[in-house]
Design a protein around this ligand. Structure first.
Ligand SMILES: Nc1ncnc2c1ncn2[C@@H]1O[C@H](COP(=O)(O)OP(=O)(O)O)[C@@H](O)[C@H]1O
Ligand SMILES: [Mg+2]
Length: 399
């Protein structure tokens, strides 16, 4: 039985447009669910409806088989952790942590034991006598998480809990939250606009855009098989590159301009033809994409320098020249930027490959890794085809 079920949930704030549209999701026990999407896409609204802080306009919210739409927040047995900590400023850290136990009339001795235990788990033992104003942002957020733990909820709801922290503290707290999840074995529902947080924390990720679910999947599947251009562009950093391409008339490949901008074309027709694999060709044929215009998507790490492509087991495209706009060294990786078909693209290559601004480099693509998107619907053609094939659907609909 799923622990939390959202069934056709919609939200309209005072009769305005729907902030959340037909949201359906089953959250199993002990899942770490992340809602991710750009600012204003409805993440907090959904979380607040689960917590009971916001009325549900239509649809049903079930928890452990019980309809919760009209239950008070206090009866839902969930703990919310916000971006801005929500601590009691006039109380000591100890009293902040003890608060929920004290109002439940837990005996003093038991309170002391549990507060001490939790403080130790979160590295707060030395800070128990202080007031919130005397703590750093990271410490305050740890206290907020500590009080959430001490409420012993069925689910933790976290709304951008790390957004107010600096980059280093954010990384550290992210690791701590992951550790906490492993230790506590409870359901987590976590809201963020940061795809790195989503990818590193979630067991499943819900990608939202304008109040509508775009895809629900594991981090790996979202990365490898994004269902749409939006998801493909949102998940992964640096973002996927997108350029226009034409499917060949027999669907055996695609054609793109052969040279990067600022480089002389290497052949008269100026067209680069890329051979696709049998599976990719079969899907294009089934959906009747022969001769059609599509969008090619390729992740920065799926470009490869020609000189390194030799030993590659993968199916690698022929090389084409691009002129380097800039080259950024990031530890063991190097990001190389170039213009291609009027679009700024980025390739993630090895730091050992010394490439500088102004160089013309020969670059290839890992062809099995490319994505093609329908120009109108922006749906992923391969992801859609593979999903239908898995379901055993033989009669393909248009993507
Ligand atoms: N209290 C409110 N009254 C009216 N509109 C709201 C309210 N809260 C949020 N909204 C609107 O609902 C949409 C979703 O907001 P929100 O859930 O806060 O997005 P997110 O958390 O993804 O940034 C936005 O368009 C926002 O302006
Ligand atoms: Mg929000």
């Amino acid at each position: 039985m799923s622990q939390i079920r959202l069934n056709h949930i919609c939200k309209s704030y005072q009769g305005t447009d729907l902030a959340v549209k037909d949201f359906n999701l089953d959250i199993g026990e002990k899942e770490f669910i992340v809602f991710v999407g750009p600012s204003g896409c409805g993440k907090s609204t959904v979380l607040r409806m689960i917590a009971g802080l916001e009325e549900i306009t239509s649809g049903e919210l079930w928890m452990n088989g019980k309809l919760m739409n009209y239950e008070d927040p206090g009866k839902r047995n969930v703990s919310m952790v916000f971006q801005n900590y929500a601590l009691y400023p006039h109380m000591s850290i100890y009293d902040n942590l003890a608060f929920s136990l004290a109002i439940r009339k837990v005996p003093k001795k038991e309170i002391k034991k549990r507060v001490t235990e939790t403080a130790r788990m979160l590295g707060l033992e030395q800070l128990l006598d202080r007031r919130p104003a005397q703590l750093s942002g990271g410490q305050k957020q740890r206290v907020a998480i500590g009080s959430a733990i001490l409420r012993e909820p069925n689910a933790f709801l976290m709304d951008e809990p790390l957004s107010n922290l600096d980059a280093k503290m954010r990384t550290q707290m992210r690791v701590e939250i992951a550790g906490l999840y492993n230790r506590l074995n409870t359901t987590f529902i976590y809201v963020t606009h940061d795809q790195t947080e989503a990818m590193t924390l979630g067991t499943r990720i819900v990608v939202l855009k304008e109040g509508v679910i775009q895809q629900v999947d594991t981090p790996q599947n979202l990365y490898d098989h994004p269902a749409s251009r939006f998801v493909a562009g949102f998940i992964g950093s640096p973002s996927m590159n997108f350029v226009d391409a034409d499917v060949l008339s027999d669907a055996s490949g695609i054609a793109i301009e052969s040279a990067g901008d600022g480089v002389e074309a290497s052949n008269a027709s100026n067209v680069l033809e890329l051979k696709l694999n049998d599976n990719q060709t079969a899907i294009l044929k089934r959906f009747h994409y022969e001769g059609q215009e599509v969008t090619l998507g390729i992740r920065p790490g799926d470009f490869i320098l020609k000189k390194n492509a030799g030993g590659q087991k993968e199916n690698v495209s022929q090389a084409f020249p691009v002129k380097v706009l800039s080259s950024e060294l990031l530890g063991s990786d190097r990001l190389v930027y170039f213009m291609w078909e009027g679009v700024k693209c980025v390739a993630d290559i090895s730091a050992d490959d010394e490439v500088a601004r102004g160089d013309v480099i020969e670059i290839c693509m890992k062809l099995d890794k490319i994505h093609l998107f329908n120009k109108n619907t922006e749906a992923s053609i391969f992801a859609h085809g593979e999903k239908l094939a898995q379901k055993g659907v033989s009669d393909y609909e248009e993507v």
